[in-house]
Structure formats: structure tokens, C-alpha cells
Ligand binder design. Structure first.
Ligand code: GLP
Length: 243
């Protein structure tokens, strides 16, 4: 694993954008696995002028029940924080459909799509405060395939800041499983802020356990972790080598 420790959020965003830009330049028809949340917004801004004309994207997750016009849906997030600002072809962007009447068959459709584009060249990830990746929540086992998940109380609380009230946060989501994430050629994880420090430490220096879903990344051969000092503080204590 390569760990880049940057001074602050802005420097983290610029470093991550440079890594993703290099990926797109090296392979213009890259398949990028993309993520939502507040962490990658700065990185996305840095990439508006990158050449996405041949890039294909697959997103990690979507809330069940929200359609793409809802301003908290992940489709809306991606359109407004990245896609509308780039030359990407809309038909090359993929986000699970949260409004499908049959969420289970939507999971199957999404897995078939992932299979078609497999392996993802670069998978971007954020990190939940409870150690989740995408919406792979802490549980009893790692789930390889795309699945419907009941969001944990801590995730609902963490994401309530984006909604008018906590009761507006959907209770369920569709998420890519850890299988497609682990098959990605490269995983680029971004972490920022001291509220992520415990999760970062648990994920990368604790045991590999489904109770901390991101810990499975310890088994991935090519992880790049880009964080600011605050988020990486717990890991730095362990003496991990930094780039
Ligand atoms: C959400 C998303 C994750 C994201 C995480 C962290 O729950 N499903 O993909 O990584 O939150 O979000 P933030 O970057 O806002 O801390």
C-alpha cells in the first residue's frame, strides 16, 4: 500500500486528482469506479478539464427510493459534481437505479454490468466513520456481490447532515459488493478530517474483519491511500511508511 499524507483537504484533493488524471492519460478508455460523499468533491473539481471522452464510470452505490432528480441521490451528486462539468458521454456513466421496483433484480443487472466492464481500472473509495466502503456496512460477513443493504444507525446519522432531517435519510441502499472492489486493478482511497482517524487506523492496522469492511483492503495488492494529516494521524502512530 502507498500512503500519501498531505497537509490538508485541498492538498489531498490535488494529489488524488493527479493520480486519477495520470490513470486517464495512461489509458483514455479507463473504467473508473466512482464514489460520492463530501471527501471526493475537491478532487472532482480538479478533474473538470481532464479528457473523459472515452472513460466509462461505474458508481458504488445509490439510495433505495431516490431518483436521479432528487438532490441527495447519488446520480444527482455525480451529475452535478463531475459529469456535467466534463466531456464524459452520459451513456458511459453508470449508477445503480434506486427507483427500480425490484431492487434485487437491479442488483443482478448491476452485477452483469460490472462483469461486462470488469476489472475496474481504478476504484475510488471514501471511508465511512464506521469503516464502511460504498455502503458495505459492518456485519457478520463480507458480501461479494451488489446487494441491498439496511443502513446502520451511525451511517444514517452521519449522512443526515445532507438531508433536511434525519427522518428523510433513506433506510436502504444498493451497493456494489466487495468483490468488484477487490478485483479492481487499483484502489484509490481518500480520507480527510480527524473524524475518520479511528476508522483509518482500524481499517489498515487492525484485524481483517467484516466488522470493519474497509479492512479487506489489506488483502488488495494495489491500494493508494491519500489522506490529510488529521485522518491519517492514527496510522502514522503505527509507524507506517509514508510517500
Ligand atoms: C457515504 C457513501 C460512501 C462514502 C461515505 C463517506 O455513506 N456511501 O461511499 O465514502 O459516506 O462520506 P464522506 O466523504 O462525506 O465522509
Amino acid at each position: 500500500m502507498k500512503v500519501y499524507c498531505e497537509e490538508n483537504y485541498d492538498a489531498m484533493s490535488k494529489r488524488a486528482a493527479r493520480i486519477m488524471r495520470e490513470q486517464i492519460e495512461k489509458k483514455p478508455d479507463s473504467v473508473l469506479g466512482l464514489a460520492t460523499g463530501s471527501t471526493p468533491v475537491g478532487m472532482y473539481k480538479e478533474l473538470y478539464d481532464a479528457d473523459f471522452s472515452r472513460v466509462i464510470t461505474v458508481n458504488l452505490d445509490e439510495y433505495v427510493g431516490l431518483d436521479g432528480t432528487h438532490d441527495q441521490s447519488y446520480r444527482y451528486f455525480m451529475d452535478n459534481n463531475l459529469f456535467y462539468h466534463t466531456n464524459i458521454k452520459p451513456e458511459n456513466t453508470h449508477v445503480p437505479d434506486g427507483t427500480s421496483r425490484d431492487a434485487e433484480s437491479e442488483c443482478k443487472r448491476y452485477d452483469e454490468l460490472l462483469e461486462k466492464f470488469s476489472p475496474i481500472d481504478m476504484q475510488l473509495l471514501g471511508l465511512g466513520q464506521n469503516g464502511h466502503i460504498g455502503f458495505n456496512e459492518p456485519g457478520e460477513s463480507f458480501i461479494p456481490n451488489t446487494h441491498v443493504v439496511e443502513l446502520t444507525e451511525s451511517t444514517i446519522e452521519a449522512n443526515a447532515r445532507f438531508f433536511e432531517s434525519k427522518s428523510d435519510v433513506p433506510r436502504k441502499a444498493i451497493t456494489m459488493g466487495v468483490g468488484a472492489i477487490m478485483q479492481a486493478k487499483c484502489v484509490l482511497m481518500l480520507v480527510s478530517g480527524e473524524n475518520k482517524a479511528d476508522a483509518v487506523k482500524a481499517a489498515f492496522s487492525g484485524p481483517i474483519t467484516p466488522r470493519v469492511p474497509a479492512s479487506i483492503l489489506q488483502l488488495h495488492p494495489n491500494v493508494i491511500l491519500v489522506g490529510d494529516k488529521a485522518a491519517l494521524s492514527g496510522l502514522i502512530e503505527t509507524g507506517i511508511e509514508l510517500c
